[in-house]
Design a protein. Structure first.
Lengths: 314, 291
């Protein structure tokens, strides 16, 4: 500190001409060196890979023996492919169910835990824990919970006199089964809502109460609008995630019964790594990418209608 | 006037109290009910894992088995090389954690602290690749690794970690932005160069955020399925998730053994979670609410 005080601002520029490179130039070159790992990775694993994938999507290739340039044929085939239509429908159906139900569930739990309750840490952990466990373990666990005959879920339903569906053995109930698994793991969203709720200044809520707002009005007119940025963030992340659902469908159903759970990523996997139609699979991947981009843009565009930013930037 | 009002006021207050207490009871009942719904699948799994085979499919279910069948936990280890699965997963996970911490933090440091031409555009590029679905690059990367003869090894699952991950770069950069600039200035006056400012000042001060990255990377790698599924063919190279799936598909009827192995596989994740719960939540706040 004492040293810092002694150095006058003028003494810094005088030291500069001594080195051939200026401090700013050294800083810049060092920075390029520091970001080089990411930049090389970006060029090879992202930009290069995407260009290659785009190129590959115009070929009919198994990457070993045959490789024929076919132009846009893969995309034409895809448009006429009933399995693609099915995969698209399954993925959209899953997304349409998961995003709203997941959002509402996470929000409700967050609201419950945002009350002045004892042992908040404990309850938060209990609700969050399923989100810590993901992937194959969750799929296997829920395959057993949703077992039509001896599974916990249907036995629970039987207690209240409901004959449970056959879940992953039923074309109608397989996707709702996947949705149920996803909602069980909604803990991350719940934590984000809870953090969002806790950052709402209490003065605003107090003011509304003094003005005579009841709890319902308080929620719809004060809490919810102030929470919309968090909702927005979660919805975007959830849409991107639900378009990429794979592991549960792969482990539980392999896309069945009768392709009822053939999600887009599962179809990409099967086309590429099972049937070795790598060109067609690349075309599928690009369509998936375009869809995700489109949906994200729609949500982002719609955000200025329903997302409230306190800073005033609307 | 005042005298006649008092009992009425007292009565409303009494009603309010009763109302408040009963609404509290309802609140706790709902929270407890939800908590039971969320945790009962775990308890069910635990119960199944120690059942003898003949009690697994009983209707109505048996919660506490008549005989504790601990064999369920180790029998699959003699049928499938689970020890190898765990060893492979551990190698992959730890290499990935250290590689991504090193590479992501140095990139994040440059974005947070240094001035260079194109910085803002490059950072936007980082952010936009964060949103990119990995399926688009799945096939080209597979082609790349197979040309390099690295398919059916753990390398395709480890090498990319040395090039930083956009999400980790973003998270660390956000955190580094909150560290006062005065820290670097003091070091610079003492003659520190950029490498020293990064390694001696920013890196130690970013420990909480590095912890978050380590934990996320751990859970992500430990649970990853699609990556290993594509690159690993030989059971000798399998990770735990592939091993579980193999057990699940080959020993379909041994539900109790599958559940026992599933439990073993999630124990490391649970240990990390309970040891570092604070970091999990902190990480969400850094990336979610502020981002």
């Amino acid at each position: 500190m004492a040293q810092g005080v002694q150095i006058s601002p003028k003494s810094i520029p005088t030291s500069r001409p001594r080195s051939r490179l200026s401090q700013a130039r050294i800083e810049e070159l060092t920075a390029y060196l520091f970001i080089a790992p990411w930049f090389i990775g970006f060029l090879v694993f992202t930009a290069g890979a995407m260009l290659f994938s785009l190129g590959l999507s115009t070929f009919d290739t198994d990457l070993l023996s045959t490789s024929t340039f076919v132009g846009i044929k893969n995309y034409v085939d895809l448009a006429n492919d009933p399995l693609f239509t099915k995969a698209l429908a399954v993925t959209l159906y899953y997304t349409v169910l998961v995003v709203p139900f997941g959002t509402v569930t996470a929000l409700l739990i967050a609201l419950l835990l945002n009350q002045k309750i004892a042992a908040l840490g404990f309850w938060r952990t209990v609700y969050y824990l399923p989100a810590v466990v993901t992937g194959v373990a969750v799929a296997i666990l829920w395959g057993w919970v949703l077992n039509p005959d001896a599974g916990l879920f249907n036995q629970g339903l039987a207690l209240v006199g409901i004959h449970g569906p056959r879940w992953f053995g039923s074309e109608t109930w397989a996707v709702p089964g996947l949705v149920l698994i996803s909602i069980w793991g909604t803990g991350t969203n719940m934590l984000l809502y809870l953090a969002g709720l806790q950052s709402i200044p209490t003065e605003v809520q107090e003011a509304a109460k003094i003005d005579g707002a009841n709890s319902f009005q308080l929620f719809t007119s004060v809490t919810l609008p102030l929470l919309t940025p968090t909702v927005f963030f979660n919805v975007v992340i959830n849409i991107i995630g639900s378009f990429q659902v794979f592991t549960n469908a792969y482990v539980l159903t392999q896309g069945g019964p009768n392709n009822a759970t053939l999600t887009m990523v599962l179809y990409i996997y099967q086309s590429g790594f099972r049937l070795f139609h790598f060109g067609f699979a690349s075309a599928l991947a690009w369509i998936l990418f375009a869809l995700i981009l489109m949906f994200t843009l729609v949500i982002v565009r719609s955000s200025n209608v329903w997302v409230y930013y306190e800073g005033g930037l609307r | 006037m005042i005298a006649s009002n008092t009992p009425a006021v007292a009565e409303t207050r009494h009603q309010v109290n009763v109302g408040r207490i009963s609404s509290r009871i309802v609140l706790y009942a709902v929270i407890l009910g939800g908590a039971v719904l969320f945790s009962v699948p775990f308890i069910w799994m635990l119960s199944t894992s120690v059942k003898p085979g003949y009690e697994v499919f009983k209707v109505p279910p048996v919660w506490i088995p008549s005989k504790f069948e601990w064999d369920n936990y180790w029998v699959p280890w003699s049928n499938l090389p689970f020890l190898t699965f765990y060893k492979n997963t551990a190698i992959m996970t730890f290499v990935d954690i250290f590689a991504t911490i090193f590479s992501s933090s140095i990139v994040a440091f440059a974005f947070a602290r240094m001035r260079f031409r194109g910085r803002d555009i490059l950072f936007v590029l980082v952010l936009s690749t964060m949103m990119l679905p990995m399926q688009v690059t799945l096939i080209p990367l597979y082609v790349l690794w197979s040309k390099l003869h690295l398919v059916n090894t753990l390398w395709p699952l480890m090498i990319p970690a040395f090039f930083g991950s956009p999400f980790n770069i973003f998270l660390l950069r956000q955190f580094m932005m909150t560290i006062p600039l005065a820290m670097d200035d003091a070091a610079r006056i003492d003659g520190a160069n950029w490498v020293q400012i990064y390694s001696r000042i920013l890196l130690p001060l970013s420990a909480p955020a590095l912890g978050v990255v380590a934990i996320y990377e751990f859970t992500f790698r430990w649970n990853d399925f699609l990556g290993p599924l594509i690159y690993l063919n030989d059971p000798q190279n399998f990770t735990v998730t592939l091993g579980l799936q193999l057990l699940n598909s080959q020993y379909v009827t041994q539900t109790q053994q599958i559940m026992a192995q599933t439990i073993i596989s999630i124990v490391p994740v649970l240990i990390v979670f309970f040891a570092a719960q604070r970091y999990f939540i902190q990480g969400l706040v850094i990336t979610g609410v502020k981002g």
